[in-house]
Design a protein around this ligand. Structure first.
Ligand code: AMP
Length: 392
């Protein structure tokens, strides 16, 4: 059975076609600059990647072109072979604690969450509509970034603000990257050979979040009502004193939108270093003696350490700390600095084992009280599994 995983952004669309249940990737493809000039896409079949220019006026163009390439490359002979499509949806608020088959009510609920995810949820709907038009017979499944975190209790998801903000406006912690955290949690369970474990999962990519997981269920997560909260990220600030917003508005004359753009797009590693949001550039700048890049890295490490230490106490210990996503899988120095900062918890790094990128591996010493792993994430596979289960 062929299952398509679709991740629609406001100006991009990513596709992966799987043969299920074998979990074989048949094609992966990314369309970029949709609705802009110089749009292009890449398509990878059998490890061979080709990049092509194309006019992509909207998401329908991307879907049409992708499906045409599938037929032209004889990956499928008929569009009806794609029986189910899994769509990544960023915000499902507290209505969805698992993936669901998409009907009109689900689409309307995703629309209702637009104020909570103004950039992401409209893109998700565009993706669903484009697929429904091109593949009218396929089933569609929504996989929510927020769903995995719905197991949090009120003590974790409520903010200490007037309770009516929660009841009247839905102000609470939702958490994101749920598909990735769920995938890593499942991997940890397989590695340990048990579903009884306590783990702290560090999804460190351009966006980043940390989750405390007990027996496969999310107990705490660092992102909040939106993905700007928690640890510092490539360009996002993470947790800050909320009065900073008002103070900067008053003193600089910036509007609320400008300040929020600064906190979302000009903060984090980029904001502090003034160099880049990309940790590879930060590492290069540190090597050439850039002190602000070093400071940005140190703030990053300190905030991550404090989240992990706090989750260690909340969980009452931890069996595993897992590193995943772009930085977690690839940055040897970031992992090393975090693990060294966690020595008081009994973490002991295996320096040699840590010198790898993008492979699943134990990187803590045999004497470490907590096992630390690199576990590459695979959100698309998780989506395909969810879609496959529901389509059955
Ligand atoms: P993601 O959002 O998961 O795709 O992660 C993207 C981030 O991973 C990039 O912005 C980089 O900061 C980081 N990254 C990717 N490769 C490396 C690498 N080899 N070393 C350090 N950081 C990396």
């Amino acid at each position: 059975m062929k299952i398509l995983a679709v991740n629609a952004g406001s100006s991009s669309m990513k596709f992966q076609l799987f043969e299920m249940p074998e979990e074989k990737v048949l094609v992966s493809s990314t369309f970029e600059r949709i609705g802009l000039d110089k749009s292009f896409y890449s398509i990878k079949v059998n490890d061979e990647k080709t990049k092509k220019e194309a006019v992509l006026l909207n998401h329908e163009d991307a879907v049409r072109l992708f499906l045409k390439d599938l037929l032209d490359n004889k990956i499928i002979n008929d569009l009806n072979e794609i029986s189910c499509v899994g769509h990544r949806i960023v915000h499902g608020a507290d209505k969805y604690n698992k993936s669901v088959l998409i009907d009109d009510e689900v689409i309307s609920d995703i629309e209702k969450c637009i104020p909570l995810a103004p950039l992401h949820n409209p893109a998700g709907i565009l993706g669903i509509r484009a697929i429904k038009e091109a593949l009218p017979k396929a089933q569609n499944v929504a996989i929510f970034d927020t769903a995995f975190h719905q197991s949090m209790e009120d003590v974790a998801y409520l903010y200490p603000v007037p309770y009516e903000w929660y009841t009247n406006y839905g102000v609470r912690r939702y958490g994101f990257h749920g598909t990735s955290h769920q995938y890593i949690s499942n991997r940890i369970s397989s590695i340990l050979g048990t579903d009884k474990f306590k783990a702290i999962i560090c999804h460190l990519g351009n966006g980043a979040s940390i989750t405390a997981v007990e027996n496969g269920k999310c107990v705490e997560t660092s992102m909040g009502i939106t993905p700007v909260a928690g640890i510092p990220m490539g360009t996002r600030c993470g947790d800050i004193d909320p009065s900073i917003v008002e103070y900067v508005m008053r003193t600089s004359g910036k509007t609320i939108d400008e300040v929020m753009t600064d906190l979302n797009k000009k903060s984090g590693l980029l904001g502090v270093s003034g160099v880049s949001s990309d940790s590879r550039d930060i590492e290069e700048a540190i090597a050439s003696g850039n002190t602000r890049a070093f400071l940005a890295h140190n703030i990053y490490i300190r905030k991550i350490t404090s989240f992990i230490a706090s989750y260690y106490c909340i969980l009452g210990g931890a069996d595993v700390i897992a590193f995943t996503a772009g930085i977690g899988e690839n940055s040897i120095d970031t992992r090393k600095d975090i693990m060294n900062a966690l020595k008081p918890l009994g973490v002991v790094i295996d320096e040699e084992a840590n010198k790898v990128r993008s492979v699943e591996r134990l990187i803590s010493d045999k004497d470490s009280k907590i096992k630390c792993y690199i576990i590459p994430t695979n959100e698309e596979l998780m989506m395909a599994r969810e879609a496959y289960e529901l389509s059955k």
